[in-house]
Design a protein around this ligand. Structure first.
Ligand code: MN
Ligand code: MN
Length: 460
């Protein structure tokens, strides 16, 4: 099957020009003006619209066991929501618990995605334990095309690793050319503050933030930076939320530490007053690190504009308000942590970022597609519009308007943190390896067609 997209304005991380794109099968094969449409080719007229490389979300949870429950989306529902929103490749974390066999964990996550996902996917391999058996498994998993590990410096006793394991994980990553993504919070500070707050009867969602204030995150970043500096490993800070943590990361970068920095669409647009809403409403906004004081938002936008922050992801982690968030009534530490946003990232980055003048179009493409593709070894197959790249394309109508609502979103969760938000600018057509997978906000693709993308070592 051939696909010709005509007259669109192609925008990549570094270029912007009007041309036609011809895709033969799954690959972009020609780019030029006035390309003829061969008989039988599907043609999209993209006049007046942008064409972006398919967006890459490097931080998504679609199979996430938390406190005896599972996050609501599957690779089926989640990949459809991703595609409607313009995300054509996502990277999920395999998160085996501390006692679990790492290889079994990898196979479990693969089995949740393969033959189910409609978009392409890969995994960060979660390292919840590091010993000889884990090391042997990690070496095998890297050979199967995984070029990133993921560690959690929070969550004492369940998913977190100790400092000896951290050091050895980073040494192995350095040897194998693997980047290590890390959730950075100081687990002892979190545990002690949670205990004190609960003992004082402070049980509502609003106290979640007090249990993990900015310094807890900054301390986690500082810790990771020290270990990265002394091992020479490349690291990637997931979900950076505040200026204190950013300062630690940038100080390390200026010392030569190889560090990528990710923030989330929620941290750019939402603040902690939402988690303070009464009647348990605040639980919808509980995630870790927490939503921060609004004064952090201009700092994060400016760091994005200057490209000090590399990527904008979602950390998509949907839990129903009615049944799952409710587990934490009377104890904020029992609220499943996470916010759904996989579907909304790109259009909000465009509406609130590009249209309101905070970032330009190239930065949008870079932070939501190209940079993640580079860091995680997907580039130039993903994150680029060039002959030879996968035909993952987003035809984006800058004038398409809508209002976000849980009543109409495709994510399988009973609320939206962006309920009632208007946007202007949304995908009109989204392709995955040459097949149209979403059109005007509707999924039209093939369930299960998404493919595991084997990755090579990335670069900063
Ligand atoms: Mn996390
Ligand atoms: Mn996460």
């Amino acid at each position: 099957m051939a696909l010709l997209i005509k007259n669109g304005e192609i925008v990549t991380a570094s270029e912007r020009y009007v041309a036609d794109i011809y895709c033969d099968g799954e690959t972009i094969t020609r780019i030029g003006r006035g390309l003829p449409a061969p008989a039988g080719a599907q043609v999209i007229d993209a006049s007046g619209q942008y064409i972006f490389p398919g967006f890459v979300d490097p931080h998504v949870h679609l199979h996430l066991p938390v406190m005896g429950t599972l996050s609501k989306d599957t690779f089926g529902t989640g990949s459809r929501a991703a595609l409607i929103g313009g995300t054509t490749t996502l990277i999920e974390m395999c998160c085996p618990a501390r006692g679990d066999d790492l290889m079994a964990g990898f196979e479990l996550w693969m089995s949740q995605a393969a033959g189910v996902s409609a978009c392409d996917f890969s995994f960060h391999m979660g390292v919840s334990r590091f010993d000889a058996a884990a090391e042997a498994h990690l070496r095998q998993i890297v050979r199967r095309g995984i070029s990133s590990f993921k560690i959690l410096l929070a969550y004492k006793g369940t998913l977190g690793i100790d400092d000896t394991e951290l050091y050895r994980t980073l040494k192995l990553a350095r040897e194998l050319g693997v980047v290590v993504a890390a959730h950075c919070e100081n687990e002892t500070l979190v545990a002690e503050r949670q205990r004190e707050l609960l003992a004082a009867g402070r049980t509502e969602p609003r106290w979640h933030h007090e249990s993990r204030p900015p310094r807890v995150e900054a301390e986690g970043v500082h810790h990771l930076m020290s270990f990265a500096e002394l091992t020479g490993a490349s690291v990637y800070i997931v979900h950076l939320s505040c200026k204190e943590a950013l300062a630690e990361a940038l100080a390390a970068r200026s010392r030569g530490v190889k560090v990528g920095i990710e923030t989330l669409i929620q941290y750019l647009l939402l603040d902690k007053t939402l988690a303070e809403l009464p009647d348990f409403e605040g639980a919808k906004y509980v995630m870790s690190p927490p939503l921060r004081d609004a004064s952090n938002q201009p700092v994060l936008w400016e760091a994005l504009r200057s490209r000090a922050i590399d990527t904008v992801a979602t950390d998509h982690a949907p839990f129903d308000f009615a049944t799952q968030k409710a587990m934490g009534r009377g104890d904020f530490t029992r609220i499943p942590s996470g916010i759904p946003s996989l579907e909304e990232r790109v259009k909000l980055l465009y509406s609130r970022g590009v249209a309101e003048g905070r970032i330009d179009l190239h930065t949008l493409v870079d932070c939501a597609s190209t940079k993640a593709a580079r860091i995680f070894g997907l580039y130039p197959r993903k994150g680029e519009i060039k002959p030879g790249s996968d035909a993952d394309l987003v035809v984006f109508d800058p004038h398409r308007r809508g209002v976000i609502s849980a009543r109409t979103h495709a994510m399988n969760v009973d609320y939206s943190v962006f309920e009632g938000w208007a946007y202007e600018g949304a995908p009109s057509a989204v392709t995955v390896r040459g097949e149209i997978a979403a059109r005007d906000g509707r999924f039209v693709g093939t369930p299960g067609r998404g493919r595991f993308v084997a990755r090579a070592p990335g670069s900063f």
